[in-house]
Design a protein around this ligand. Structure first.
Ligand code: PLP
Ligand code: COI
Length: 340
């Protein structure tokens, strides 16, 4: 398929509309069979559940062109499972896994011209999402829903590509105990907007959120989980039931153990331990692995020994192995790569 003439190496993480998106509607207790559409705009009731009470959840995954020219997605079954966990928490109807996977495949194959070439530094980001579409004025779930998937080519999430980031520990909370931090609800992102705008104004790239109950344990950022590397090269990642269970992080834990022979610890990470790590990174579909160079805790600077120039040694090994698997250069564990 002839590719679109896009400046692949220089696209950022922005929305570029593509030709086709998938739409399915839920009505009278069932999802319809769904279809591709060329219409990027949605007409909705002014009183739709999503508009009034934020009844919406989303997913994020990417399609890659492999070295040998195949187009693949990475562990889409886990996104299918996670959107249904989100749906359940927000009283939305689950979507059959097969329909989710088929929708993603259709959107990728119909937008083949937008899948960035191998080695370009860009990928095709897929955004599946579900929302309450029928009117509700009393606080209750909508009766009708829409599920959509669109695609947009993206470059690096953080401006400037792979460069160590500066984070601040912020005072706002992202997730309450027993709240929605463990699901991908749109509302989690709405409430992070003020803190991210403030962080950017103050010159920080991202916020490090702490646990709301004790403000002593590291949780995650607004859009990625943390990994830390200890001085003796162990991989440590925060354990918390108020963070999003990142598919990238779960994959990295396996990559670290099975491909790199590293010890992995998923455990609570106290803020007081931050000064002892050798490396720190943000991991997620959009973030991939973005190295962190500095964390500022209310004016106190914590400098990671890996510095502000590039990725630390272990972070780089994890990055190279994960992206090598995703781009078909390194053999993947069974079931991780889905060919379109
Ligand atoms: N944490 C948050 C809050 C996110 O929005 C994301 C992005 O999806 C992640 C973590 C990373 O998850 P994943 O690796 O599944 O993309
Ligand atoms: C993703 O990584 O897919 C996300 O949804 C994070 C978002 C901040 C872009």
């Amino acid at each position: 398929m002839e590719k679109k003439q896009l400046d692949w190496a220089n696209i950022g993480f922005t929305y570029i509309p593509t030709d086709y998106r998938y739409v399915s509607n839920y009505k009278d207790g069932a999802w319809d069979k769904g279809a591709l559409s060329t219409e990027a705009n949605i007409v909705l009731s002014e009183c739709a559940g999503v508009l009034q009470y934020a009844q919406t959840a989303f997913e994020g995954l990417k399609a890659y062109t492999t070295k040998d020219g195949r187009i693949v997605t990475f562990r889409p079954d886990l996104n299918a499972e996670r959107i249904n966990n989100s749906a359940k928490r927000l009283e939305m109807p689950p979507l059959p896994e097969g329909q989710f996977l088929n929708a993603v495949d259709q959107v990728v194959s119909s937008n083949g011209a937008y899948v960035p070439p191998f080695g370009s530094g860009a990928t095709l980001y897929l955004r599946p999402y579900m929302f309450g579409s029928s009117p509700v004025i009393g606080v209750k779930p909508a009766e009708e829903y829409q599920f959509r998937v669109f695609a947009t080519p993206v470059g690096p999430y953080f401006k400037g590509g792979v460069r160590p980031l500066t984070l601040r520990i912020c005072d706002e909370d992202r997730a309450a105990p027993n709240g929605t931090g463990h699901v991908k609800a749109g509302l989690n992102y709405a409430m992070s907007l003020h803190a991210i705008v403030e962080a950017h104004t103050l010159g920080f790239d991202e916020n490090m959120y702490l646990d709301a109950a004790t403000k002593s344990m590291v949780e995650e950022t607004g859009g990625a989980n943390f990994i830390f590397i200890t001085k003796d090269k162990k991989v440590v990642t925060p354990k918390s039931n108020t963070i999003l269970p990142s598919i990238t992080r779960r994959s990295l834990m396996e990559v670290a153990e099975k491909y790199l022979g590293l010890t992995v610890e998923e455990r609570e990470v106290p803020v007081s331990e931050l000064g002892e790590f050798a490396e720190c990174g943000l991991c997620g579909t959009a973030a991939v692995i973005s190295p962190v160079g500095k964390i500022v805790d209310h004016g106190k600077e914590i400098l990671l020994p890996s510095g502000m120039e590039g990725m630390g040694e272990v972070t780089k090994q994890l990055y190279d192995t994960l992206t090598g698997i995703q781009m078909g250069e390194i053999e993947a564990p069974k079931g991780w790569i889905h060919e379109i």
